[in-house]
Write a protein that binds this ligand. Sequence first.
Ligand code: ATP
Length: 406
Amino acid sequence: MSHSPSIPDRPDLDLDSSMSEAERLDALRRHLARIVEVNGELEERLAETRARQDDLREEVEHLTRENETLKTSSEYVATVQERSADGVIVKQHGNNQEVLTEVGEDLAEELEPGDRVAVNDSFSVQKTLDDETDVRAQAMQIDRSPSVTYEDVGGLEEQIQDVREAVEIPLETPERFATVGIEPPAGVLLHGPPGTGKTMLAKAVANRTDATFIKMAGSELVHKFIGEGARLVRDLFQLAEDHEPSIIFIDEIDAIASKRTDSKTSGDAEVQRTMMQLLSNMDGFEERGDIRIIAATNRFDMLDEAILRPGRFDRLIEVPKPTEEAREAIFAIHTRGMNVEDGVDFAKLARETPDASGADVKAICTEAGMFAIRDERDEVTMADFLSAKEKLSHATGDDEVSKTFA
Ligand code: ATP
């Protein structure tokens, strides 16, 4: 801090009527000299004060900036685990660190386990976040009454039978299991190549049992919600409980339940946590009542064995590529609503598409319809189906897929 000397006094002018002209002139000169001197002193003081003012202005700007930074600094997202007399236990997303922290009385009242909150560097809870339903909605699809029925699924009679036993009977007549004295299977795993009807089967059983169908894609869980996978799994089961009876369908389960790899990246650890959460939810499953869980994968070979243990996905149902007979049935199913000419021979089409999946057969039917529309015809002919088959086998330059329609 600079010293602040007192402001010099205004010099007095001593003029006396008894003074001679020369004396008065001399007095005036001295007075002027004194004034010039005081003026010089004052200018010096002014310059000093200006410099000090600049210093202070700079300091104010610096503090304002610092204040802004403090006010806008990032906060971490955490989930409330537990409330206790000593405060709340929060678990930070990402590193899963659990901390006991105190919260102000106003917030303490409204915090519930499972709430998402923002915490600062010292883990003190700043506010609650309320967008959890949006996150859930993005990751999960809910279909209260799917329209697919068993009649829409071609050629999977055995698999339908298995799914009915493992999912439908426990939901509709659980006492049958109780009478015999065995536990119904906890989870059903459908495995087989893409486009063979796994999702359809799960939807059909939901339709049949009037259950809400809740679908979650394993790959989305892993890619979009890094740090939140485990929480979303808990949400998924909670949502299923809120909508009982319900069927949870986890598509591409291999994304979260692959065999452990050697790499120890944080991404892997996150996937691992998501899977552990899934297993723990499944282990506590029987008390959950009217919820059944079906998972699907195209990569059975990749699955971690932990997920296949008894009490988890202990009922495995293989959904293979359709046989010739099944393809014929699938052609019939997908042309049910189409205006097809009498001469169309599904048996021949099935014979000529040896490697086609159910989804491929559907694509051929749609494309055949497109040919008829382009020709401005109302009826779809055998030639349309054959052209569609040709077109789709050429469309992809991929050998694997071309082979499908060879
Ligand atoms: P992915 O593994 O790629 O998820 P998926 O096995 O779950 O495939 P679905 O989604 O059930 O396959 O099938 C895709 C579409 O293919 C269905 O909407 C249906 O139109 C048709 N489809 C597949 N399989 C059959 C089938 N067996 N019977 C009738 N249609 C089928």
